[in-house]
Design a protein around this ligand. Structure first.
Ligand code: PBG
Length: 327
């Protein structure tokens, strides 16, 4: 031993020392639970590719929202699954559409006890499955889509949501949503911008959960996984347009992006541990190949360590319960 006095292992010798020197703690208050609600269901229904995740009925959604609050999660993010999809995704704007109705239900149930967020995107509501309106030749029309997002934002805010999450990756979406909210008197509703969103194969199981009709892909609006600097540009634009928080998505395959975004801006940074990240761990654990709980907490710790202050995860409730016991 050339330097006998330097022994890093002294700080790892038992659980008490390790706890004392731990640099990163995941707090339940920083976890957000994504939840699905499907129009017309009387009982919740399992999503085959997302074991443990449900398509809720309106009723079971309210109950699950209460459970999430009791577990201490910081927020819930709502996604609606309509029975009927159409060309323009009108169900997302209709005040009686499933997502807007579910926002009202959840707000009536939990009020301000947690932060209630809603996905602001058309893909769950369109018959073609794209995140925006199409031109006659089938391309996604950026500016026509912005008008739809503005109306959708106001409908969600009218339903009482605390925070909207524009996720369609249209240019200018944050500015348009912010202005529409302000013009409708919803200055208090904040914008969680999906600023960085890659055209990721990790979204696969989510598309089952929302019964997406998409054929083809989203590469003309979501980002190329090869690019990092482009993400900094996206984040800078969203902050300039009025984003209150910015999000990176997916999380684990993009920790370098999370870290670069954290260094670039002062607004809170969130990361979305998406469906495919969850499903791959669940599948390996179901085969007995990995220790499910340890891997779950290790992934959350790593996302937190990379610089995400807030994590959207399908494990939010379970992780919150485990973390409570731990600290
Ligand atoms: C778009 C949206 C998607 C996800 C969240 N918001 C799907 C997509 O862009 O294709 C994916 C989340 C996940 O995979 O868990 N409304």
């Amino acid at each position: 031993m050339p330097y006998p006095e330097i022994r890093p292992r002294r700080l790892r010798r038992n659980a008490a020392v390790r706890r004392l020197v731990s640099e990163t703690r995941v707090d339940p208050a920083e976890l957000v639970l994504p939840m699905f609600v499907k129009e017309g269901l009387t009982e919740p229904r399992a999503v085959a590719s997302l074991p443990g995740v449900l398509q809720h009925s309106r009723d079971s959604l309210r109950k699950a929202a209460v459970e999430a609050v009791q577990a201490g999660v910081g927020g819930i993010m709502l996604f609606g699954v309509p029975t009927r999809k159409d060309e323009t995704g009108s169900g997302g704007i209709d005040p009686d559409g499933i997502l807007n109705v579910a926002i009202r239900d959840v707000i009536a149930e939990v009020g301000d006890a947690t932060v209630v967020m809603s996905d602001l995107c058309l893909d769950e509501f369109t018959s073609h499955g794209h995140c925006g309106l199409l031109t006659p030749d089938g391309a996604v029309d950026n500016d026509a889509t912005l008008e739809a997002y503005a109306r959708m934002a106001v409908a969600q805010a009218d339903a009482g949501v605390h925070m909207v999450g524009p996720s369609g990756m249209m240019d200018g979406q944050v500015g348009v949503v912010r202005r529409a909210l302000d013009a409708a008197g919803h200055q208090d509703v904040s914008v969680l911008a999906y600023a960085v969103k890659y055209a990721s194969a990790f979204f696969g199981p989510f598309r089952d959960a929302v019964e997406s009709a998409l054929e083809g892909d989203r590469r003309a609006y979501q980002q190329d996984p090869a690019n990092l600097r482009e993400s900094l540009r996206e984040v800078e634009l969203d902050v300039a347009e009025g984003a209150d928080l910015v999000m990176v998505k997916p999380a684990l395959p993009y920790l370098d992006v999370v870290s670069a975004v954290r260094a670039a801006v002062d607004v809170p940074v969130a990361a979305y541990q998406v469906s495919g990240e969850y499903a791959t761990v669940e599948a390996a654990a179901a085969n007995g190949w990995i220790d499910r709980e340890r891997v779950m907490l290790e992934t959350l710790t790593s996302i937190r360590r990379a610089g995400a202050q807030i994590i959207l995860t399908y494990w939010a409730v379970e992780a919150a319960q485990l973390l409570r016991q731990r600290y």
